[in-house]
Design a protein around this ligand. Sequence first.
Ligand code: SF4
Length: 97
Amino acid sequence: MQTPTGKVEEKLYQNRYLVDEGRPHIRVVPHTQPSERLAALVKICPAGCYSRSEAGPVEVAPDGCLECGTCRILCAGTGEIEWNYPRGGYGILFKFG
Ligand code: SF4
């Protein structure tokens, strides 16, 4: 087995994403100060969909979402995010399976 090479950004660039304009499949519930879990999403999302302005709320831009479910699991039961799969035909299109 070969050791994977290349940067994560280069691998993510191989994916394609069909954006469902105006219907984001993930939403962060409005808040003023994020919980530790919510703030952690900025670091753990492999696609970098979450961001946070300094000391501000956490925001999500799910256009490049891999639908891995990491954020969904981390925030399960907290009610801090709303997570759904994109509508049929939209979302991530994995080029290599
Ligand atoms: S499902 Fe995965 S890729 Fe998509 S926003 Fe959540 S952590 Fe990021």
